[in-house]
Design a protein around this ligand. Structure first.
Ligand code: ACO
Length: 326
């Protein structure tokens, strides 16, 4: 038993927000040298949602409100807000503080996590540990991204891969089992393979504005992602002494259908037990796992008592997993 009076943290609400504008592969083929067939075959992506002026905070706020409504809590019950984003509204304050103000709640801890595509799992790890050690009782974890703002629309190798959106969960102290374990890692030796090379302290260079966009060595990222998923799955299963066949649903980061299928094969899971939204959302980085989770919870596939495995891999490289009893 911890100071919070409960030994576990449990997801009690999920929420999502996708911008209204849908851009299909066919639409992209009108503005760059690509095709629906190439994009679908290599990535599984058919369309993506892109903002028309909304910020990550705007999307995150709506996702958060939806999660709060499902959890049935008053916003002022929240005592920790973590936002995973690589595309914050402002250099500072953090997007978590911006959302906190718009929820009308002050006083609780609120901060952003920058761990690229693994940000949501990092946030879940932090919030779970806060709850289990009595630092918080009700946490809001949001993944919110406007990747279209850091995509080079003249680079077909990356522009077709990304989308905008936000997902959120409410995590509450509970007597009931919920988050069973989380495992987060990084290896900065791979930092150059996937990056936005420009930053605040390295200086904004208007002459070389292309440095403000995502650059990626796609093949190298692909190979490393697939190899890491193998060790990630083994680490999570071994830590909990469970068999891979005990997993009910894999909820992976949605970067590429081929990477997701490889992860499912390692777990001997049929694709019917894998939540796939990459076809509809493309890669929304830190938002992709909570977006996929919310879709499957709301359409009834994921239900109470199901054993879920979240797996994420992204720039850094960062990676992480979470085993969750829903
Ligand atoms: N449309 C048409 N042709 C294209 C496009 C496009 N959008 N993009 C690249 N091509 C061409 C290339 O120019 C190349 O042509 P060439 O043979 O004449 O030189 C050819 O297609 C093959 O290009 P590759 O980059 O070798 O294609 P690959 O099979 O590696 O697929 C992809 C590229 C989809 C990016 C793949 O490497 C991948 O999925 N990597 C994983 C990385 C990832 O998902 N990153 C997202 C962020 S990180 C994360 O979230 C894990």
């Amino acid at each position: 038993m911890t100071d919070s009076g409960a030994p576990h943290s449990r997801i009690t609400g999920t929420g999502a927000c996708l911008p209204a504008r849908v851009v299909t592969n066919h639409d992209l083929a009108q503005i760059m040298d690509t095709s629906d067939e190439w994009i679908r075959e290599r990535t599984g992506i058919k369309r993506r949602h892109l903002v028309e002026g909304e910020t990550a905070g705007d999307l995150g706020l709506v996702a958060a409100k939806n999660a709060i409504e499902m959890a049935g809590i008053a916003p002022d019950a929240i005592d920790l807000i973590v936002v995973a984003t690589t595309t914050p509204d402002k250099v500072f304050p953090g997007t978590a503080c911006i959302i906190q103000r718009r929820l009308g709640i002050g006083g609780c801890a609120a901060f952003d996590v920058q761990a690229a595509c693994s940000g949501f799992v990092y946030g879940l790890d932090i919030a779970d540990r806060q709850i289990r050690t009595g630092g918080a009782r009700v946490a809001l974890i949001i993944g919110a991204e406007t990747l279209s703002k850091i995509v080079n629309w003249e680079d077909r190798g990356t522009a077709v891969l990304f989308g905008d959106g936000a997902g959120a969960v409410v995590l509450e102290a509970s007597e009931q089992e919920g988050v069973i374990s989380t495992h987060i890692h990084a290896d900065g030796r791979y930092a150059d393979l996937l990056e936005v090379p420009q930053g605040i302290s390295s200086g904004y260079d208007a002459v070389r504005a292309e440095r403000a966009f995502i650059t990626m060595q796609g093949n190298a990222v692909f190979k490393r992602a697939v190899a890491t998923l193998d060790s990630m799955a083994r680490e999570t299963l071994d830590a909990n002494g469970i068999d891979r066949h005990d997993i009910d649903w894999l909820v992976p980061h949605q970067a590429n259908l081929r990477i997701i299928a490889a992860a499912a094969r390692k777990l001997d899971l049929p694709m019917e037990r894998v939540i796939v939204t990459v076809d509809e959302h493309a890669n929304t980085s830190g938002a992709s796992i909570p977006l996929a989770l919310d879709a499957a919870v709301r359409d009834g596939r994921i239900g109470a008592g199901d054993l879920l495995l979240f797996e994420a891999f992204g720039a850094g490289f960062t990676w992480g997993s979470a085993l969750v009893r829903f």
